[in-house]
Ligand binder design. Structure first.
Ligand code: UGA
Length: 446
């Protein structure tokens, strides 16, 4: 929304949320205090805020005034009832639809921005069309393809923008065109695709499933590399130069995280199952199974290497975010590796340049594996890598922050217990130089 406001100064954009603390943070005088860390975002907000970009908790007023409403609420995996652990929980979407239906007094275009299961637009339409106040709604699907850490860049220069609508009717086409006109302020027209709503909804799930599948594919081979002496980075490079395969998204890791991949694939699996397409469901579920395996085997390897016990041993974690250049930790591999090691009674000291102590404890508490007191007793969060690694038995790199490559590894080694173990879950450190220092070095995929 900030980028739309920046690029379309004549359009008023109001972002509303019922969370007062969040909205206050978006309105903070110091634009560096906005609640999301994302390179370049504060500058965009600074340019547009209070010009044509507004943040407010007055949801009804914003609905009333708007011609277009983007629904961008959470659609987490259901934690209860039918489809528990797989289906998307649409309760927030439905609440939005009901509020829009209650408040709207004139015709509006309602846009699904959240990632949704195929045919959700139908449910939205049925709620909106049955308000009884004669207002007409057009529903569009406009999934977002930006990745965190490069969000602003991706929005300014997207590979494509996808808009799904009721393209068989004139009213539907007009609504699609209205949204095309917004993006056309800065996106070349031939990169703005229009489809029917269902294709658009399914394309979003498919894109994430394909991306995650690439990571699981290369991660599955990282294990084979470790057994055979092949180097997974070399394999990635060799296959990526085949233009049919392409070089992106072939970086082996301790496992993909983030709020979307797992949720969207589980959702795809659930939809396939609900149509009785069991082979399709099993095919995609394997991407998740492999990802869980990758996280688990990284943790298991730490225990095994540390002479089969980490009980009472200090293990330093470098990184907690699910990838670099973001403070987002949702589904981060670090959480699951930590949980596994804590079950083995390890003591973990964490350093991440952008993630707060509060967030780390919240992530561990959310798992419900142990009490809040135990989490605080076993896990410490510190402000520098040196504080994390001092006196540690092992260091594990969980996020590929650039600064970890530049650390003074000689100093770190000196202050660790010996033998000093280093586990590189992101394959960002150079093996030779670390072994020359004296580290017992393990890296994903060799
Ligand atoms: C992902 C998609 O890339 C976006 O296109 C999509 O819009 C977004 O989900 C979404 O649906 O909201 P994001 O989760 O922000 O974006 O970040 P990614 O760059 O895709 O990384 C996801 C995870 O995969 C991270 O944990 C990352 O470290 C891991 N990854 C990525 C690898 O392990 N190896 C790779 O080669 C690439």
């Amino acid at each position: 929304m900030a980028v739309i406001a920046q690029k379309c100064p004549e359009i008023n954009v109001t972002v509303v949320d019922i969370n007062e603390k969040r909205i206050a943070a978006w309105n903070d005088e110091n634009v560096e205090n906005i609640p999301i860390y994302e390179p370049g975002l504060s500058a965009v907000v600074a340019e547009a805020r209070d010009r044509n970009l507004f943040f407010s908790t007055d949801v009804d007023a914003a609905i009333d005034k708007a011609d277009m409403i983007f629904i961008s609420v959470n659609t987490p995996t259901k934690t209860y009832g039918i489809g528990k652990g797989m289906a998307a929980d649409l309760k927030y979407i439905e609440l939005c639809a009901r509020q829009i239906a209650r408040v709207a007094k004139d015709d509006k275009i309602v846009i699904e921005k959240s990632t949704l299961p195929v045919r959700t637009a139908e449910a939205l339409k049925s709620i909106l069309d049955n308000t009884g106040n004669g207002v007409k709604f057009q529903i569009l699907s406009n999934p977002e393809f930006l990745a965190e850490g490069t969000a602003v860049e991706d929005l300014l220069d997207p590979d494509r923008v996808l808009i799904g609508g009721d393209i068989d009717t004139t009213e539907g086409m007009d609504a699609v065109q209205a949204l095309v006109d917004v993006y056309a302020h800065w996106v070349p027209k031939d990169q703005i695709l229009t489809t029917n709503v269902w294709s658009s909804e399914l394309s979003k799930l498919t894109a994430n499933a394909f991306l995650a599948q690439r990571v699981s594919s290369i991660n599955s081979l990282s294990e084979l590399c470790e057994k055979t002496g092949a180097d997974v980075n070399e394999v990635s490079r060799a296959i990526g130069m085949d233009s049919r395969i392409g070089s992106k998204f072939l970086k082996s890791s301790v496992g993909f995280g983030g709020s979307c991949f797992q949720k969207d694939i589980l959702n795809l699996v659930y939809i396939a199952k609900s149509f009785g397409l069991n082979e399709v469901a099993d095919y995609w579920e394997q991407v998740i199974i492999m990802n869980d395996h990758q996280k688990k085997r990284f943790a298991e390897n730490i225990v095994k290497t540390l002479f089969n016990t980490v009980s009472g041993k200090k293990i330093a974690f470098l990184g907690w975010a699910f990838k670099k250049d973001t403070n987002d930790t949702r589904e981060s591999a670090a959480i699951y590796v930590a949980d596994y090691l804590l079950n083995e009674q390890a003591e973990i000291v964490i350093y991440d340049p952008k993630v707060t102590e509060e967030q780390i404890y919240a992530d561990l508490d959310y798992l419900g594996t142990r009490s809040e007191e135990e989490n605080r007793k076993l896990v410490k969060v510190v402000n520098t890598p040196v504080n994390a690694t001092e006196g540690a038995h092992a260091v594990a790199v969980l996020t590929e922050w650039d600064e970890f490559k530049e650390l003074d590894w000689n100093e770190i080694y000196k202050k660790m217990l010996k033998p000093a173990f280093l586990f590189d879950g992101r394959k960002i450190l150079d093996r030779k130089s670390k072994e020359a220092i004296g580290f017992q070095f393990y890296s994903i995929g060799n």
